[in-house]
Design a protein around this ligand. Structure first.
Ligand code: FES
Length: 358
């Protein structure tokens, strides 16, 4: 993954709801290849606020076949970046952006005849909209069911666009909205997408065994409920794709275990490769993670969330052993291939070697 930031000019900021916008970027021919993306991927942004660098990830909300680059940004209470994008960003402004990355993706193939189901909550619709449009456009024989939860109808992102897709793909796309604060006539569609509701949907509307892939993105409790409900029905983990943007804090026990591991790693030497440059770094527990130690040593290792979800800080361990506090960003295959999230990693042995050049 390229660790470079590129300047992209904003072509349009469109208000989607009272607290969410979509942002479309101009893509000069010289950057088309760099910013080619897969449906479901995200972009990392960087901007200084009050002298402090802030990085954020936002998912692409279009399919690659649409020939544009567009993200959705919902304003989060107290969110410095999302608030600025919603209130101040305008066409013509420039932003520092990394090339698209992320593994919330699926290989859509033209001849396939598949069934997909998505559970989206709030702004979690953003990558799912991208996947949904890619599935419907690429696979003319496939079907897609979207379950989309929101607090109220005013807060539903991309409402009109989704309605347009429903008209266009009448017999292949089904959309069910769930509004917490508004009563529907049909009881099944009232309330939030919690475990009980998802269990009901999996009995009444979906046969999990006939679904090729489930896409899940939204608030943590909704994602956990959907994943648990699917696992309880014997759905294979490989068919459940989850995209997390944030995580809760570590429990007291997890934090204590992480701290003990960091203390134990004090003074361990690591060899780190980035952009073809190799450097020896000595682990300092005061800096907590391999990522922060590497950056303090002068190598500009990439990162965004620092919470173990976005995988921007991914590197491959080629020698020695490291341990991660949490991992929401790497698949079982990536783990088996030796990848780690360096923002969550601590060396366990002397002589760890890792590379970001993969
Ligand atoms: S920076 Fe996001 S997982 Fe490490």
């Amino acid at each position: 993954m390229s660790i470079d930031f590129y300047k992209l000019r904003v072509a349009e900021v469109k208000r989607e709801t009272p607290d969410a916008v979509s942002v479309r970027f101009e893509l000069p021919a010289s950057l088309r290849d760099t910013f080619a993306f897969k449906a479901g991927q995200h972009l990392t942004f960087r901007r200084a606020f009050g002298g402090e660098e802030v990085r954020r990830n936002y998912s692409v909300c279009v399919a690659p076949s649409e020939g544009m680059l567009k993200i959705g940004v919902k304003k989060i209470a107290g969110g410095v970046f999302s608030g600025w994008v919603n209130d101040e960003l305008k066409a013509g402004d420039e932003l520092d952006v990394m090339a698209p990355h992320g593994s919330f993706c699926w290989d859509f193939t033209a001849g396939a005849r598949r069934a997909y189901v998505a559970f989206a909550g709030g702004s979690g619709i953003t990558p799912i909209l991208s996947l949904m449009k890619a599935a419907l456009a690429t696979e003319p024989n496939s079907r897609f069911i979207l379950f989309y939860g929101n607090r109220n109808s005013a807060g539903v992102m991309f409402l009109e666009e989704i309605a347009g897709l429903k008209d266009r793909y009448l017999d292949r796309l089904s959309v069910y909205h769930f509004l917490e604060d508004e009563e529907e006539e049909i009881e099944l569609f009232n309330g939030r997408l919690d475990r009980a509701k998802i269990d009901e949907l999996l009995i009444q509307l979906v046969k999990p065994a006939h679904v090729d892939a489930f896409f899940i993105c939204g608030p943590g409790p909704m994602m956990d409920a959907a994943e648990d409900a699917l696992l309880a029905r014997g759905v294979d983990k490989g068919r459940i794709l989850i995209e997390r943007f944030t995580t809760g804090p570590l429990s007291a026990a997890q934090a204590a275990a992480a701290r003990a591991l960091e203390e134990k790693a004090a003074g361990l030497k690591m060899s780190v490769t980035l952009n073809g440059r190799r450097m020896n770094v000595t682990f300092d527990p005061a800096k907590h993670s391999i990522l922060d130690n590497v950056r303090a040593a002068g190598l500009p290792a990439p990162f965004a969330c620092k919470g173990g979800v976005c995988a921007t800080c991914r590197a491959k361990v080629t020698a020695g052993e490291v341990s991660m506090k949490v991992n929401y960003g790497l698949s079982a295959q990536e783990l088996a291939d030796g990848y780690v999230l360096t923002c969550q990693a601590t060396p366990v042995t002397e002589g760890v070697a890792l590379t970001y050049d993969v």
